[in-house]
Design a protein. Structure first.
Lengths: 319, 315
């Protein structure tokens, strides 16, 4: 993967140069062509993303239920928002989500950075091994969640067998998916298995963006390897690590497919992350107005956190 | 200190070997679940649920047979009255006192996955290429805002927009249709396509088109004959990313389709045999479903980084 080397950089939209207008008018004017090229995309997004979003906002103020479309719709104002923000079940779901997001991000960052650091030593065959390591993140989260239920089976599952063998316990003495204390970790393990390579790949780009001459200068100054790691490697790779954390954080805050198939939110609601709560409210109890309001709250939360984080990221980058 | 042939910052051979060993250990451990699914797909149902788990077993194609067929249980006397078995799968079924009743839904679901993935990829890449060129080369009012708007559509949790899309599709007759899913996946993929392709097109020197236009090409001709050929690699990489997303997508598929347009990801988990999940068949379905992804990952490896970061980190 030599393509990842030296020229790595993080590009931001704001840095894109304004185009020069140094050409003659012929055929369609550039302005007409620009709009002709861009409008279809914008229209599609307006129709299939923005229009539904606006509809969700509208529904969140009403008592509409998708399974009882004939009942006259009544305007409720902010009632749903109020009941959601004071609902202990919602806060429980947010805690489950926070546990999931925080632990997956910590584990994936530590493992991912560690792996990237090792791969950056450029041992023989590192390219092929890197490709192998990357495989899990390309798979369908739903299919992954489904086959991990097989590995997690208490009696016949490979995971239980191996862990039981290593720790000298009977494989059926613990249930990863049926136990209230273990199941939140069961989803963390699968997510870490799947997405550590993602963080690794971004960190690797960060490590390869550090020019050799900085290390050479440090060697001349007789800085120890440990000192070099703390003063050069980590600070210079930090924008990349933060980028990985940002992407993983957003994705896992929205996590639905893998968890839905692995545990479906259970046992009880111990692994009921926000998206599962949302799905249950929207498509099982058909509380359309309520779930719309929750959807908007989630969207605003993701969006707000992401914006704050991007600002922090830019500050780190410009330091 | 002696001066080595290589730079002082190069890791020593011992460090390299040690790092390599650790990475290989990780790679092997991380491959075990996938290898296990692959092995399970060739097990008989009894071997698949044996304790302790079997690594050495008599390979069988029963999982694949069960994946593609539905079977019904019959009495041995009835089976005696039938003619000779029609092929290997029939033979396996009869050995379990069953007869093949017909094809399963796996193949139609797989075909749906193919049609929807390819359809949405073609659309998303076509729209994305045009928009990316527009954003890359022209002075567009509110350019940064539009680009951010395009990206932000990707931040919405799918379930959040699934409710109104469900209502909207119901109103216009697109629910549970392939066209509906193609349009939906196109709208999700187009944001990725615009961002990735803009990065690729930004890297093509503007002078190429300007030279072509001085030679008498119109802007559009320059785009088609100069920029597109230069952007082929980028377009191909983007297309594979869109394809993988559409292939893997589950949330919209499970909420908005039920039969007609259902894709493989919501179907594979509900493959059941007598008395619970038919694990060899599920493993077989999973294996066949994952093979294209493995191939694509190997093809894409040079561009993976770009794709997963929306073009924020290049090369």
């Amino acid at each position: 993967m030599n393509e990842l080397s030296a020229s790595s950089r993080i590009a931001y939209p704001a840095a894109a140069a304004q185009p020069r207008v140094t050409h003659r008018l012929r055929g369609l004017s550039d302005r007409a062509l620009a709009w002709l090229f861009i409008t279809p995309t914008i229209l599609l997004l307006l129709a299939i993303n923005i229009f539904p979003l606006i509809w969700t906002i509208y529904l969140s103020f009403t008592n509409y239920r998708a399974n009882r479309a004939n009942v006259p719709t009544r305007w409720l104002g902010l009632d749903w928002y109020q009941s959601i923000l004071t609902d202990p079940d919602i806060w429980a779901a947010m805690q489950v989500t926070a546990h999931f997001v925080i632990w997956t991000v910590i584990i994936e960052t530590v493992l991912g950075f560690g792996l990237a650091f090792l791969i950056d030593k450029k041992f023989r065959g590192h390219g092929a091994w890197t490709t192998i390591i990357l495989l899990p993140m390309m798979l369908s989260p739903a299919v992954v969640g489904n086959f991990w239920t097989f590995l997690y089976q208490p009696q016949i599952g490979l995971f239980n067998y191996v862990i039981g063998f290593v720790f000298g316990r009977a494989p059926s003495s613990f249930q990863m998916l049926g136990d209230v204390t273990l199941s939140p970790w069961a989803i963390v393990i699968v997510d870490a298995w799947m997405w550590t390579p993602y963080v690794m790949l971004i960190c690797l780009a960060g490590l390869r963006s550090i020019p050799d001459y900085i290390y050479e200068a440090a060697e001349v100054d007789r800085a120890s390897k440990l000192r070099q790691f703390w003063s050069i490697t980590l600070p210079m790779a930090l924008p990349f690590i933060m980028l990985a954390v940002l992407f993983r954080g957003i994705e896992n805050f929205k996590m639905f497919d893998m968890v839905n198939l692995l545990t479906g939110g259970g046992p009880g609601s111990t692994t009921e992350v926000a998206s599962i709560t949302l799905k249950r409210a929207a498509f099982e109890s058909w509380r359309t107005g309520y779930s719309s309001a929750f959807a908007i709250i989630l969207f605003v939360t993701v969006f707000g956190l992401a914006n704050i984080y991007v600002k922090a990221l830019n500050r780190v980058k410009s330091r | 200190m002696t001066v080595a042939a290589h730079s002082v910052v190069d890791p020593t051979p011992r460090t390299r070997r040690f790092a390599g060993a650790l990475v290989i250990v990780y790679a092997v451990i991380t491959m075990i679940p996938l290898a296990w699914i692959f092995l399970t797909s060739f097990k008989s149902p009894d071997d698949a649920i044996s304790y302790p788990p079997k690594i050495i077993f008599q390979p069988s194609l029963e999982g694949y047979c069960n994946l593609f067929t539905t079977r019904s249980r019959q009495t041995p006397d009835f089976i005696q009255t039938l003619g000779p078995p029609q092929g290997m799968c029939d033979d396996i079924a009869r050995s379990r006192n069953m007869v093949i009743a017909g094809p399963s839904n796996y193949l139609p679901r797989f075909v749906n996955s193919l049609i929807i993935a390819f359809g949405s990829t073609v659309l998303a890449v076509a729209l994305g290429t045009l928009s990316a060129y527009g954003f890359s080369r022209f002075r567009v009012p509110l350019k940064e805002d539009l680009l951010f708007f395009i990206l932000s559509t990707r931040m919405m949790p799918p379930i959040a927009v699934a409710i109104p899309i469900y209502l909207m599709y119901r109103a216009v007759g697109l629910s549970d249709t392939r066209l509906g899913m193609i349009l939906l996946y196109t709208s999700v993929n187009v944001s990725l396509a615009v961002w990735l392709l803009k990065g690729f097109i930004d890297e093509i020197p503007r002078e190429y088109e300007e030279a072509a236009m001085i030679d008498g090409y119109t802007r559009f001709q320059a785009f088609v004959r100069v920029v597109l050929p230069q952007a082929t690699t980028g377009i191909a990489a983007t297309a594979i990313f869109c394809l993988i997303f559409a292939w893997n997508e589950y949330a919209f598929a499970v909420l908005l389709t039920s039969g007609n347009a259902q894709t493989s990801p919501p179907f594979i988990p509900i493959i059941i045999g007598e008395g619970g999940q038919d694990w060899p068949a599920v493993a077989a379905g999973t294996t066949l479903f994952l093979v294209p992804i493995v191939v694509f990952t190997v093809l894409l490896r040079k561009h993976l980084l770009r794709g997963i970061t929306f073009g924020a980190v290049r090369k």
